[in-house]
Design a protein around this ligand. Sequence first.
Ligand code: MG
Length: 293
Amino acid sequence: MRIARYWYQGEETYGVLQEERLLSLPFLAKLLGTNLPTNMEAFIEDSTAQRKAEELLKKTRNSELDAVSTLTSETRILAPVPSPPKIVCLGLNYASHVIETNSKRPAQPEIFMKPRTAIVGPDDKIIKPSFVKQLDYEGELAIVMGKKAKEVDVSDAFNFVFGYTILNDVSARDLQFKGSQWTPGKSFDTFAPMGPCVTMSNQIADIDDITLKTWVNGELRQTGCTRDMIFSIPQIIYHVSRLMTLEPCDIISTGTPSGVALAMKPPRWLMEGDEVRIEIEGIGTLTNTIAER
Ligand code: MG
């Protein structure tokens, strides 16, 4: 299931995003005389509810599902996890990005964090403070944790994953490289666009072979494959869960492949009005435009 959080007729709900349909899970459950968690965060940490939702969808006729679809022009898709306990990010995790930035290949994961106040959803604006002159995009695959995880083994790591989404690790390079810590350049409000949905891990056949693409104003800038990651998803969970306890709904963004503005000669920084579109196979597309403040 691809699960999206959205706004429909004055209410926030969540549901299953299909080709032509968006099915509110709490609404569908109610219709069938049962219930499911009322919000997406509660659904993410409730594996019994997830199995129940799968069964409900299986046993409901297509015509009935069409009747409860809420995908209309008034539906507004929101960031799937609005307030995760934390957002952990990997830097320099794709070999191609290490090469393009003349960086040293990390011997262990390069980890930093973004605040949850940076999250915005699909089609929301990325606000560029007027003093930021070197604004960049980073298309990334992000893990959504489903369970509390502490000192997890590599072999067990996938059992703690709920699913995957897209995250744009928006970066102000002029501030990122001013000191020794990356936080100043990574933390502004709107610097973590996320969405459009979370694809549950059981829907992805091979997470080590997923293609990611980023366009700026329709021009293809990044094409990467998760095969190029230096640390795989289980290795990332292994390392991060030794540094901190991971909780349900935590986001781990797994790094970006080559093609960022920083590495272009000359760099082509994001400007007001630019549109960034990121597509990840099996998840969807995340589009945001830049506005200046
Ligand atoms: Mg990044």
